[in-house]
Structure formats: structure tokens, C-alpha cells
Design a protein around this ligand. Structure first.
Ligand SMILES: Nc1ncnc2c1ncn2[C@@H]1O[C@H](COP(=O)(O)OP(=O)(O)OP(=O)(O)O)[C@@H](O)[C@H]1O
Length: 275
């Protein structure tokens, strides 16, 4: 029996005359890592933007199923509700931290919803009732736990903007995890990382999966995709051209042709990875 957390069904996204996503269907299994790959402009980020509510799809359905069997149609919700009720978190292709805030503060902001509830929309927080103080302590503990897991606890009080690039990327993942998501969507988390850093990223993502969070990943770094994905969906020109295990997809002539048509270096990376 399938245990899918996400089911994308005939998703369409048009921008004027451009069809960025054309009747795309795929599923992502619970507690697995599903990668969405494809050459530049294939439509991957547009799919993410539809799943996370940044775009309202032109057509199709996106169903999220929680552990308790509850279904949520994401295409009907805005981004705030998708994060709050559907428990879908995301990171972006370009880092979007609050650079002037400390690493710890960035993770506290991510817990704003829970803290606002506990503070009785600020009033209880102002008078310092015990339930507010407990909630604040829980938020600090969760933030510190995630700083520790991404190796940034010693830099908790440093401004996020002063951290090295690779640290900022991990901090973004920690911030997304502080919302305690059911589905974590990562848009090119390995972009700009060196080989050692992307090895560390692989370990982090595998440990997040082991803890029970499902992951949807857009990634151009084929060493990451091939090493950690359970399932790979390949897009080109807005449509799905292949899906399967990393090895099956890597050997698929349609996939190789799509990458060759787009960028020779990427095609070679696909063909050589994992060999
Ligand atoms: N807001 C928008 N308005 C108009 N066209 C858009 C918009 N967003 C994306 N597109 C177009 O949709 C297509 C798919 O873009 P998208 O960014 O989803 O591809 P991608 O696979 O994520 O590419 P990359 O790997 O380069 O990030 C492209 O032709 C792009 O120009």
C-alpha cells in the first residue's frame, strides 16, 4: 500500500503564453527523500512555488496527507496557511535569512506562530505569565537543538549575515525545521557548497529523514541527488520525462538527452555521478 505524503495531480501553471508546468503528476512518499531534477527552466521552482502557496496553480490539484490521514488541498490555501496548517516548510534558491539578526534569533522568528499563540497575541507575554515563559523556553530549546544539529551552536549569537555561506545554507534548513514541518521543501540546498560541505549536507538531510520528516528536493548537484534520494522525478519543458530510482533515472536515455540538449557539463555530471 502506498504511503504518500504528497500527491501532485495534473498540475498546470501558465504565465501568459508560457506553460511553465504542463499537466505534471507525481507523488512523494512519507519519510522519504524525493528529488525533482531537470535542466534550467524545466519548471522545478514553479512546482515548488505552487506546492508552497507562492503561486496559485492555473489547474490541477496538490494533496498533502498528514500522518493521521487528514487531507489538505494545498492549491486552495495561501502560503501562510500552507506553512501553519499543512506544515510545509521551504528554503529558497537564494538565501533569505534576516542578516542583521543572530543565528538564534532567526530560528526564534520561525516559531513566531507558536509564540504569538502562547503570548495571547502579546498581552500575556508582556505581563510574563508562566505559560508564556514556558513557551518561550521551549522555542529557545528547539532553536538551540537545531543550531547544534547543524553545527552552529557556538555561533548562536553571531549575526546571520556574518556567517560563511555554507553555514548560512545550513541555518536556513535549521530555520525551516524549527517550524516542525511534515514536508520540507529544499530549493537547491547544495548550490555554492564545496565537496566537504555537500557531504555534510547529505548527512544532515538523511538524519532529518530518519527522524520522520519527508523531504522534497530540487537539486542540480548530482552527487547529492544520487547519494540521498529515494525517488527522482525528472522534468523538462514543464513535463515529467522520467521517474524512478536514482540509478534508473541516471541511465535513462531521455534524461541524458534532456541534459545534453541543455548543458553538456550537467549531462556529463549526470552520467558520471555514482559510477
Ligand atoms: N513569475 C514568472 N513569470 C513568467 N515566467 C516565469 C515565472 N516564473 C517562471 N517562469 C518561467 O517558467 C519556466 C520555468 O521556470 P522555473 O524557474 O520554474 O524553472 P527551474 O526548473 O526551476 O529552473 P532553474 O533550474 O534554472 O531554477 C521558465 O521558462 C521561466 O522563465
Amino acid at each position: 500500500m502506498s504511503d504518500d505524503i504528497l500527491a501532485v495531480d495534473r498540475l498546470m501553471m501558465r504565465f501568459g503564453g508560457i506553460v511553465a508546468v504542463n499537466s505534471l503528476s507525481f507523488t512523494a512518499e512519507r519519510r522519504k527523500i524525493t528529488a525533482l531534477i531537470g535542466p534550467n527552466g524545466a519548471g522545478k521552482t514553479t512546482v515548488f512555488n505552487c506546492i508552497t502557496g507562492f503561486y496559485r496553480p492555473s489547474g490541477g490539484a496538490i494533496r498533502l496527507t498528514h500522518d493521521d490521514g487528514r487531507n489538505i488541498q494545498l492549491e486552495r490555501l495561501g502560503d501562510f496557511r500552507i506553512s501553519k496548517y499543512a506544515k510545509v516548510a521551504r528554503t529558497f534558491q537564494n538565501i533569505r535569512l534576516f542578516p542583521g539578526m543572530t543565528a538564534l534569533e532567526n530560528l526564534m522568528v520561525a516559531q513566531h506562530n507558536a509564540l504569538m499563540r502562547a503570548s495571547g497575541l502579546t498581552f500575556l507575554g508582556l505581563i510574563g505569565v508562566p505559560s508564556w515563559r514556558e513557551a518561550e523556553q521551549r522555542a529557545i530549546d528547539l532553536a538551540r537543538t537545531w543550531l547544534d544539529r547543524v553545527g552552529l551552536l557556538p555561533r548562536a549569537d553571531d549575526a546571520a549575515g556574518n556567517l560563511p555561506y555554507g553555514d548560512q545554507r545550513r541555518l536556513e534548513i535549521a530555520r525551516a525545521m524549527c517550524t516542525e514541518p511534515a514536508l520540507l521543501c529544499l530549493d537547491e540546498p547544495a548550490a555554492g557548497l564545496n565537496a566537504r560541505e555537500s557531504g555534510g549536507l547529505n548527512e544532515l538531510l538523511l538524519s532529518i529523514r530518519e527522524d520522520g520528516t519527508s523531504i522534497l528536493l530540487i537539486e542540480h548537484d548530482m552527487s547529492v541527488v544520487m547519494e540521498i534520494s529515494d525517488h527522482v522525478v525528472v522534468m523538462d519543458y514543464g513535463v515529467k520525462i522520467a521517474e524512478g530510482t536514482p540509478q534508473a533515472v541516471r541511465d535513462d536515455p531521455k534524461v541524458i538527452a534532456a541534459y545534453l540538449g541543455a548543458d553538456e557539463e550537467e549531462a556529463i555530471a549526470v552520467m558520471e555521478s555514482g559510477t
